[in-house]
Ligand binder design. Sequence first.
Ligand SMILES: [Zn+2]
Length: 302
Amino acid sequence: MRPGLRLGVDLGGTHVKMALVERSGRVKALVQVDTVKDPRVLVARLKESVRPWLGRKLLGTGVGVAGDVDPAQGSVRFSPNLGWHHVPLKDLLRSAGFPRPLFVENDANAAAWGAYHLEMKRRCTHLIVLTLGTGVGGGVVLNGRLYRGITGSAGELGHVSIDPDGTPCGCGSSGCLETFLGAAYLKDWMRREMERQGRKMPDQWSPQDMHKAARQGDRMALRLWERAGRALGVGLANFINIFNPDTILLCGGIAGASDFLLRYARPEIRQRTFQTPRRAVRIRVAKGNQQLGVVGSALLVE
Ligand SMILES: [Zn+2]
């Protein structure tokens, strides 16, 4: 990877983060603007926000977008968050004069690429990144390169099936890993359990509260993490069996409860994997860097 600055853009449904990023992954400058749904208006606004940077010598632009992205064409096939269908984002950015070359990638893949550089310092070869937040996202780095698959759709690790008869998932399937671990689903599970016991869900609820409660020995909280942790273990065993990775990295807010999650995940992994690949993989918890998406996007420019 060449020394020099790249422009990274992390395009989410609410905010757009833009940063100048060094080869090491260090952020030199960062701006954030609100998302506008009209792609042309948005690109013009982004251009305006980074205008002071464009006088510098930049090596190119990388963009991570929430949705179904075609990295080969640099287009967004569909983004529910943005309400986009077939937006030729790379062409729009090129016409607006963004530094070339330009790369467009799914945001979870870009964040996994950022984690490979920032969290792992590139000290691994085959990396599985699982991001545990409101939903469950992921990315796969094989031989030190982001694995995209034939259509750029690889790495949807939150939507591997754990239970074919499980809870319906937002993706249209059911029993996905996300339905056991996503914060929104954890909350639903909690509400159902409390109603079953004739109790009312507290107004204020967070996975962090549940983590604290589990540490204090609360039985329902322990059951919540047991269910989530076992599903995580089944999912990780699948990833170990498929990819034989040297490292699995858990990112995102829910990874803060990894002490409980891994307590219940490890027996599942032991039961479902061969000894050799199991011994070869290390499971790490990320330090919680907030800029993985924008840094990973920038570092798409090699
Ligand atoms: Zn799903």
